[in-house]
Design a protein around this ligand. Sequence first.
Ligand SMILES: CC(C)(COP(=O)(O)OP(=O)(O)OC[C@H]1O[C@@H](n2cnc3c(N)ncnc32)[C@H](O)[C@@H]1OP(=O)(O)O)[C@@H](O)C(=O)NCCC(=O)NCCS
Length: 148
Amino acid sequence: MAIITEIKDNKQAFMPLLLIGDEQESMIYRYLERCRLFALYDEGLKAVCAVTDEGEGILEIKNLAVAPGYQRRGYGRRMIEHICDIFRKDHILIQAGTGDSPETLPFYENCGFERAFSVKDFFTDNYDHPIFEGGKQLRDMIYLRRRL
Ligand SMILES: CC(C)(COP(=O)(O)OP(=O)(O)OC[C@H]1O[C@@H](n2cnc3c(N)ncnc32)[C@H](O)[C@@H]1OP(=O)(O)O)[C@@H](O)C(=O)NCCC(=O)NCCS
């Protein structure tokens, strides 16, 4: 049976999986200390999710990653629903920023998120190397939102 637990200590130990969701370590260190980190275990670690409180009732997913080999089995959705259940009492909406990628946008839309706004050239300005997903270079950060 899958369980989701909050990780309070030694968050760096989850770096290998966090790097699946965000491939540059220095970008992860921008939020690792202040984030709340959740891990899903189902006969071993299967998914992690890092969220931050952005103020004004907004919760932001900074990183969501399911272990390679275990994607498209419902773990990502289960993590999102768990996070929504926990934070709905004191937040109004949840948002996630992601590249314009066929690997992630349909996932969030499938989980009830809608496109809200984008930050132009976020990936090309902030990462030290070009990032490709689905054969396409990521440039703008697309933000999606869902009411809690
Ligand atoms: C993106 C990611 C978190 C999704 O988690 P997942 O466990 O693979 O997704 P789920 O199985 O929970 O999918 C939930 C729904 O979204 C759909 N979905 C997921 N990825 C999809 C895709 N690329 N295209 C279309 N639909 C997709 C699923 O079919 C499912 O719908 P259904 O319940 O109607 O069948 C995971 O694939 C992953 O870790 N990818 C690599 C890292 C990454 O890109 N992270 C996101 C950026 S922070």
